[in-house]
Design a protein around this ligand. Structure first.
Ligand SMILES: *[C@@H]1O[C@H](CO)[C@@H](O)[C@H](O)[C@H]1NC(C)=O
Ligand SMILES: *[C@@H]1O[C@H](CO)[C@@H](O)[C@H](O)[C@H]1NC(C)=O
Length: 369
């Protein structure tokens, strides 16, 4: 009697835990598919550095919250996502900041499939830091990461569209107000991330009879920051997402062996963990148990928070390489079936004609006297 009762109790506890966390257990069970060499070639062929440059032409300007430039950049990002047929939500709110007082902030949240049960989230921040005495455009901090995310949206759009029936979808978050206005601290920084994490946490619904929040739907939040200069180094920061970080390393190795990375002499993603704390937009999500992948170059480059963080330090080969690794990762995570670029339905007739002409010529030369 004793043991069965204990078993029964344990069993019901396990059932309850499982039941209240069905999204969590789905995320923990989630496996990637492994991209094929054709997939990697397809992704490499669809890289669009011209588009990244075009985005930078539009957003690489001082864009402090509350300024006309900030509004222009906000509108540009939103417009590009809507042109690509992404569903775009704006999380808008007022907050009081040092120096400027009350400001309006706007996080941009985009998805290609708002009906999905779970999300892989890519995030960056689009505001730039205010400096009293220098013109700061924040190329790596974080115009380039934002441009990278738009390029991912653009080049993967068709493939993502075809995967709409899948349970997991891609979500892009462009945080506002990451930078401090005066001194970085819990009350002066990551304004947008704090607000969005709170909003998503309190937006609850019943799914399969369970009360879940919009945060529960996030499998993982991959935050891109300080990316764009030559040869950055990324370390693993979190034990619970280590298996995904290791997958990034493997994808980088495969792409390198396939010669699909340009000017790539040493790995960006290093098989090293650092559990030191870097404060960034992921914190309010981390605090609420959202799994985090922090793709930030450490150590920070010397240009960080100086006027030199501008277009001159942007190395497009590095940017394209990292985006290719990320696209490989995303297509594996979301189990995308990628279409090879036109090659598959290329018309075979011209090849046959060339062959027949050559044959005719050969026969003519050798047998017709
Ligand atoms: C809550 O989330 C649902 C599902 O994503 C969304 O449709 C709805 O607009 C959100 N509600 C609020 C108040 O943000
Ligand atoms: C979910 O639970 C919260 C308390 O955690 C409650 O306030 C909310 O009304 C519940 N929502 C639904 C849809 O049951």
């Amino acid at each position: 009697m004793y043991v069965p009762l204990l078993n029964f109790l344990l069993f019901s506890v396990i059932l309850r835990l499982g039941a209240t966390n069905f999204l969590k257990s789905a995320r923990e069970r989630h496996q990637n598919q492994v991209a094929s060499t054709e997939d990697f070639r397809y992704l490499a062929a669809s890289s669009d550095p011209n588009y990244i440059n075009k985005v930078l032409d539009n957003i690489l300007v001082p864009r402090v919250v509350g300024t006309p430039n900030h509004e222009k950049v906000f509108k540009y990002i939103k417009k590009e996502l809507r042109l690509l047929n992404w569903h775009v939500d704006v999380d808008e709110f007022m907050d009081k900041v040092p120096i400027f007082g009350n400001l309006k902030f706007k996080n941009i949240v985009a998805t290609h499939n708002p009906q999905a049960e779970r999300y892989l989230v890519l995030a960056c921040h689009y505001d730039s830091k205010y400096f009293k005495d220098i013109e700061f455009v924040g190329a790596i901090d974080s115009a380039v990461p934002c441009a990278m995310m738009l390029e991912i949206a653009k080049t993967l759009s068709q493939d993502l569209q075809k995967s709409k029936n899948k349970n997991v979808a891609l979500k892009l978050v462009f945080f506002d107000g990451e930078e401090a206005f005066e001194n970085w601290g819990p009350h002066d920084s990551i304004y947008g991330a704090k607000h969005l994490a709170r909003t998503l946490h309190s937006n609850r619904s019943l799914i399969n009879g369970e009360n879940v929040s919009e945060l529960d739907k996030i499998d993982m939040l991959a935050l891109l920051d300080l990316i764009g200069f030559r040869n950055p180094q990324f370390l693993n920061f979190f034990e619970n997402t280590k298996r995904w970080f290791l997958r990034l390393i493997e994808i980088e190795n495969t792409l390198h062996e396939m010669n699909l990375l340009k000017n790539h002499y040493s790995n960006y993603f290093l098989a090293r963990s650092s559990y030191g704390r870097i404060e960034d937009d992921h914190l309010p999500f981390l605090k609420r148990n959202v799994p985090i992948l922090h793709v930030i170059s450490t150590p920070f480059p010397p240009e960080w928070h100086t006027a030199k963080d501008n277009r001159d330090i942007v190395d497009m080969d590095t940017v394209v390489n990292i985006n290719l690794i990320l696209k490989g990762f995303i297509s594996e995570y979301l189990h995308l079936s990628l279409h090879p670029p036109d090659a598959s339905n290329e018309n075979p007739i011209p090849i046959i004609i060339v062959f027949l002409c050559a044959l005719t010529f050969f026969i003519y030369k050798n047998f017709v006297k």
